[in-house]
Ligand binder design. Structure first.
Ligand SMILES: Cc1ncc(COP(=O)(O)O)c(C=O)c1O
Length: 437
């Protein structure tokens, strides 16, 4: 049998080496669909193999097929940093292998989850006393909010803006609920004056930091409409919520204290490895009514009942996700999280400046946080070709969106290791490749 300490040391060395050299690897995997599968055996081995062989294959077979989310020039979608305390805590969580569906199956995991949710609520300026638990993703968190809202209101309509994340579309489809999309204003915010009649709406999903442009819906105004019509207000702050650790960004959370539920992804801009989606609600009893199914084998004494976090969301088996968040919060502290957010915003501001002052380029949306929407003036086709070229170069990875019918490029900063040199190099690559399209 393999030696846990020797293999463990080798795995840790592998991880440390990887983090040191990831910046030299091509960001976007340079493989075609099926390449990795073709290099792997068709069946599992009959006999045990040494762990060292797995590490060898990790280098030789798997690594070429990895798109490096930990790369300092990963600028696509919303970048995410798995910082070192979070990585180590994942090892420890797997070691404990707690399954936190009842309090008694994992008392510490259950109680720590409540504590870290309170800590983060405090860091982000959310009201004290909200119930918080951790889901895998924002898609699941929003899905859970929609189910609770349907249960609480007896209605079947989801309302969100045209710029809301497709998680709302997916929730509507999975739940057989109707979906109404509200037009946005010139800054891509939900038009409160166009929300319309909410008397049959179960839930409005407002967004603080939309996926394409990071626009911020007027949550306070939307809260007025929801209050008047008895509609659940869910705030999707999956990306931008983390920025609220800095007081200067709190303007974006104005009115959020009136929401019925709020989601922030710690696995986006809060240095926590995937997956860790934080869902708070001021109406936990509605979540519980929607999700609580307690067959005999899950019955526990009354005093334990309220602690069973599986009664507040879709999953029964729940990972010890709170451990990595605890590690991140303790080892970075408020000041470390603030430094990370401010550095991302500062770098994005610089990039926005370079685009804005260069002829032939345009900034396409207001930049609130660490994401810049921009394009080459002129044809969509040139921009599409440019995106393909810069991503194929392996030097950086960006993504795209469509705004006002035009193809737009997005550069989102969120990696802990990203420096000014990386953003400068990204801009140089864009300028260099733009001459060739
Ligand atoms: C605003 C917003 N909401 C929700 C999501 C979905 O997040 P997840 O991948 O955790 O489901 C994203 C993803 O980028 C997002 O930007």
């Amino acid at each position: 049998m393999s030696d846990f300490r020797t293999d463990g040391q080798a795995a840790l060395d592998w991880a440390a080496d990887y983090l040191e050299r990831v910046g030299e690897l091509p960001v976007l995997a340079q493989v075609s669909p099926g390449d990795i599968r073709a290099r792997l055996p068709r069946t599992a081995p009959d006999e045990p193999e040494p762990f060292a062989e797995l590490l060898r294959d990790l280098d030789e077979i798997i690594l070429p097929g990895v798109t490096h989310w930990q790369h300092p020039r990963f600028f696509a979608y919303f970048a995410t940093s798995a910082s070192e305390p979070g990585i180590l805590a994942e090892l420890l969580a797997a070691t404990l292998n707690s399954v936190a569906f009842l309090w008694r199956t994992a008392p510490a995991a259950t109680e720590l989850e409540g504590v870290v949710m309170d800590w983060v609520a405090d860091l982000l300026g959310l009201p004290a006393g909200w119930h918080g638990h951790i889901e895998d993703t924002a898609s699941t968190s929003t899905f859970a909010a929609c189910i609770a809202a349907r249960e609480a209101t007896g209605r079947d309509l989801i309302v969100c803006s045209e710029q809301a994340h497709s998680a709302a579309d997916k929730a509507a489809r999975m739940l057989g609920m109707r979906l109404r999309k509200v037009p946005v204003d010139s800054e891509f915010r939900m038009r409160a004056d166009a929300v319309g009649d909410l008397s049959d709406a179960a839930i409005v999903v407002a967004t603080v930091g939309t996926t394409a442009t990071t626009s911020v819906d007027a949550v306070g105004e939307i809260a007025d409409l929801c209050e008047a019509s008895g509609t659940w207000l869910h705030v999707d702050a999956a990306y931008a919520g983390a920025a609220m650790v800095c007081p200067e960004f709190r303007w974006a959370f104005e009115g959020v204290e009136r929401a019925d539920s709020v989601v922030v992804n710690a696995h986006k801009w809060m240095l926590t490895p995937m997956d860790c989606s934080l869902l708070w609600s001021r109406r936990p009893e509605d979540l519980r009514r929607a999700f609580s199914v307690v067959p005999e084998f899950l019955r526990t004494p009354n005093a334990e009942d309220a602690w069973s976090l599986s009664e507040y969301g879709p999953a029964l088996g729940r990972r010890f996700r709170a451990l990595k968040l605890w590690a991140v919060l303790r080892c970075h502290g408020r000041s470390g999280l603030q430094r990370h957010i401010r550095s991302g915003v500062e770098l994005a501001t610089q990039f926005e400046g370079w685009v804005g002052e260069t002829e032939g380029w345009e900034v396409c949306a207001p930049r609130h946080f660490s994401t810049v929407c921009f394009r080459l003036e002129g044809e969509d086709e040139r921009n599409r070709a440019l995106l393909e070229r810069v991503n194929a170069s392996g030097e950086m990875f960006i993504s795209q969106c469509v705004l006002n019918g035009r193809y737009v490029l997005r550069l989102a900063i969120g990696q802990m290791s990203t420096t000014e040199n990386d953003v400068r190099r990204g801009w140089d690559v864009l300028v260099r490749e733009s001459a060739l399209v």
